[in-house]
Design a protein around this ligand. Structure first.
Ligand code: 5GP
Length: 194
């Protein structure tokens, strides 16, 4: 997605060897127009798939997922990372290791929001080693819902996430794919929606 690549080139910051900071437009301050375009693009790719729900994980997956769900006219369900006293329903849970926080947390979705009739589009902001997306896959499979695909805003293709998901038989749609960081520059691969 050219618009997104241009924005990443202009406003993304490379931290260390493998982190891209996008807090001025995705993970802290949100560029609403860009996010709408991202959501629309993901929705367009899956428009024929009869998606019934979009599923993401809090927090920064929520913004792109909202717009994808909006364009698909379906609800958005997000997995919660901390147990809350208001979460009294039967929970589907799994463990997810966070690439950026380096901690493992239990994430959950109420069973009542996923059923075997659901056809799910997973959406997340980044795909790195695939732990967050795999955690969502695990929860969705516990509910026996179908997974139509995984929509990703930024894939770091030099990490293992894509392979992990494809080995599970899942379709991955990344709007931008970063091949490598080289001399503080970002090298993009051809995106899946091109
Ligand atoms: P994975 O679980 O695929 O290893 O990592 C994906 C999750 O870690 C995403 O939900 C995202 O929150 C975070 N993440 C991974 N890599 C980056 C990165 O380079 N920058 C930012 N801002 N978040 C990342």
């Amino acid at each position: 997605m050219k618009l997104l690549e241009d924005k990443i080139k202009r406003d993304g910051l490379i931290l260390g060897d493998d982190i891209l900071k996008v807090d001025s437009f995705i993970t802290h301050q949100i560029d609403i127009e860009l996010m709408k375009a991202i959501g629309q693009r993901l929705a367009t790719v899956y428009t024929e798939n009869k998606i019934t729900k979009v599923v993401t994980i809090e927090a920064s997956g929520i913004a792109p997922a909202i717009y994808a769900a909006d364009f698909l006219h379906v609800p958005l369900v997000f997995a919660k990372k901390s147990k809350n006293v208001t979460l009294t329903d039967e929970l589907l849970t799994t463990e997810v290791f966070s690439f950026t926080k380096k901690v493992t947390s239990t994430v959950s979705i109420s069973h009542k929001y996923l059923s075997p009739e659901d056809n799910i589009l997973i959406v997340d902001d980044f795909l790195a080693n695939g732990q967050a997306a795999s955690g969502l896959v695990d929860i969705i499979q516990q509910a026996q819902s179908n997974i139509a695909g995984v929509g990703i805003v930024i894939e770091k293709s030099f990490q293992d996430g894509r392979k992990l998901l494809q080995d599970k038989g899942l379709q991955v749609t990344a709007l931008t794919r970063i091949g490598k960081f080289e001399n503080r520059q970002i090298n993009f691969l051809e995106a899946d929606d091109a």
